[in-house]
Design a protein around this ligand. Structure first.
Ligand SMILES: Cc1cc2nc3c(=O)[nH]c(=O)nc-3n(C[C@H](O)[C@H](O)[C@H](O)COP(=O)(O)OP(=O)(O)OC[C@H]3O[C@@H](n4cnc5c(N)ncnc54)[C@H](O)[C@@H]3O)c2cc1C
Length: 466
């Protein structure tokens, strides 16, 4: 078959090849480590076009990737010499404020989502960098500033409209297909192309939030402060901690994001007192809209080089806190970006959700710790990957969740059988069963992959190919 002609018939003027003047701009991924050169990029703009493109892709046999927001750290939203189904035109967000629901296109970004919902004083847990895609982030779990109160992003999905590997359209929810619904929450990139998510929204217009920066000399104390605060936090408070170089002078600092969506004035006063119990370098915590909260940590441009390495931990004991500070100082400075360590809590509604409600493996953990190496030139690739991995190695003995949060995995071979089995533990064989039913030929494989050809690999029996 002539694939180009078939795609042109479905998406006129929206098929991009290497000869197209916009090719380099369209193929660009967030992570500059992955300079993918697809043979064809096709941009459907509704669910029927997406369905027809999947059918052509299947028939052609071309390796295919689905691109949502293009932020995947392992470059999974694209591939060399194959077809990319780029969903960026499927970015609608339709809010029903009375029902408290939003229908969100599979290629929308969190900026699209937050602005549309925020207009009605509504919100839902989403990525803390608003350029990230709703699709990839939600299908892998979805950590954000509201997670203590509202759970992970995936906990708020009510139903999905998707195109399956055999080119059929499907609307699915917990009642119609409980196994697929379970699998879509945490390993969801594997089962189909989601054209629409229906999200439950929460009445959150303003928050007391922003960030507070502590000086480098107080970094170890700040890690302990953050840990103790989050271990005792009410659901309405979610903080994260970044060990980074801060401001124009690139001074080492511990920067804590703070998002309090409660209305208890007494707790708020206690929170202020706690946050100020360590000398402050910069205070940017104030009453603000949730939309403003979502952008207060700034933005990163597309095209920088990233290697992230994350692990979930049971706790953050003092010796681990000190090792993380030591690892931070071993990181590299590439002005104006630098190696950063991110510590996120797993708390509140995330931990309370029944384990059987989703395939998310790490709900019992307390913290997610990520070494985020960020730089701009290829000569430092090996050194930077080694630094990020060294952060994960320090955390590894404190956890038992394999790769932990799959959305932070930076390696192209993410999801190799042994690793996926360790990460999903008891849920792995169950996920494979859903994959074999929905996608037995592994059409959707540019992701943290569940390979249906792999023998059953219950955790502890890691003998399959990888
Ligand atoms: C700057 C930055 C900030 C981040 N912040 C957060 C954060 O606050 N919280 C958090 O949890 N994670 C965060 N992440 C991680 C993020 O969850 C992952 O990078 C995620 O893969 C991004 O999704 P995407 O749609 O942008 O990526 P893409 O690269 O487009 O896609 C990622 C994967 O999802 C699949 N996919 C995407 N959309 C669909 C769809 N509609 N249907 C089926 N499959 C789809 C793709 O095929 C691919 O396998 C961040 C990442 C970056 C780079």
């Amino acid at each position: 078959m002539n694939v180009r002609r078939a795609l042109d018939a479905i998406c006129p003027d929206r098929v991009v090849t290497p000869a197209h003047p916009a090719y380099d701009a369209v193929r660009l991924l967030f992570n500059g480590m992955y300079d993918r050169r697809p043979r064809l990029i096709c941009l459907p703009r509704d669910d029927r076009e997406a369905r027809d493109v999947v059918r052509v892709a299947r028939e052609s046999g071309l390796p295919t990737a689905v691109r949502g927001g293009g932020h995947n750290v392992a470059g999974a939203g694209s591939l060399d010499d194959g077809l990319v189904i780029d969903l960026r035109l499927l970015n609608h967000v339709v809010v029903d404020p009375r029902a408290g629901l939003a229908r969100v296109g599979g290629g929308a970004t969190w900026s699209d989502f937050d602005l549309a919902a925020g207009t009605h004083g509504l919100a839902c847990t989403g990525g803390t960098f608003d350029t990230t895609g709703v699709g990839g982030l939600t299908l892998g779990g979805g950590i954000g500033h509201l997670m203590g109160r509202c759970g992970l992003a995936c906990d708020n999905v009510v139903s999905y409209r998707m195109v399956t590997a055999d080119g059929e359209q499907l609307v699915t929810d917990r009642e119609s297909d409980p196994e697929l619904d379970w699998a879509l929450r945490g390993a969801g990139h594997n089962f189909g192309l989601v054209t629409d998510f229906d999200f439950r929204l929460h009445p959150i217009g303003t928050v007391y939030g922003g960030y507070v920066a502590y000086p480098g000399a107080a970094m170890s104390v700040a890690v302990r402060l953050f840990r103790d605060l989050m271990l005792a936090a009410p659901d309405e408070l979610t903080c994260t901690l970044l060990l980074e170089r801060y401001g124009p002078t690139q001074t080492p600092a511990a920067v804590m994001s703070v998002c309090y969506s409660g209305k208890d004035a007494g707790y708020r006063a206690t929170l202020d007192k706690t946050l100020r119990s360590v000398g402050v370098l910069d205070w940017q915590v104030t009453d603000r809209s949730y939309v403003s909260m979502q952008v207060c940590l700034g933005r990163l441009p597309f095209g920088l080089r990233h290697h992230w390495s994350a692990r979930c931990a049971d706790d953050l004991p003092d010796e681990l806190a000190d090792r993380l500070v030591e690892r931070f100082h071993a990181g590299r400075i590439t002005d104006p970006f630098n190696d950063t360590i991110l510590i996120e809590p797993i708390h509140g509604a995330v931990r309370r959700a029944a384990p059987e409600s989703s395939a998310v493996p790490f709900r019992e953990a307390r913290f997610n710790v990520t070494g985020m190496a960020i730089w701009s030139t290829a000569d430092a690739d090996a050194e930077q990957a080694a630094w990020a991995k060294s952060v994960a190695e320090v955390v590894e003995p404190h956890g038992r969740w394999g790769d932990g949060y799959i959305n932070y995995v930076a390696e192209a071979r993410a999801g190799a059988a042994g690793r996926a089995a360790r990460t999903f533990g008891a849920g792995y064989d169950r996920l494979l069963a859903v994959k074999r039913r929905l996608d037995p030929d592994n059409f959707f494989r540019s992701n943290y992959n569940l390979d249906p050809a792999t023998g059953n690999l219950a955790a502890g029996n890691l003998t399959g190919k990888s």
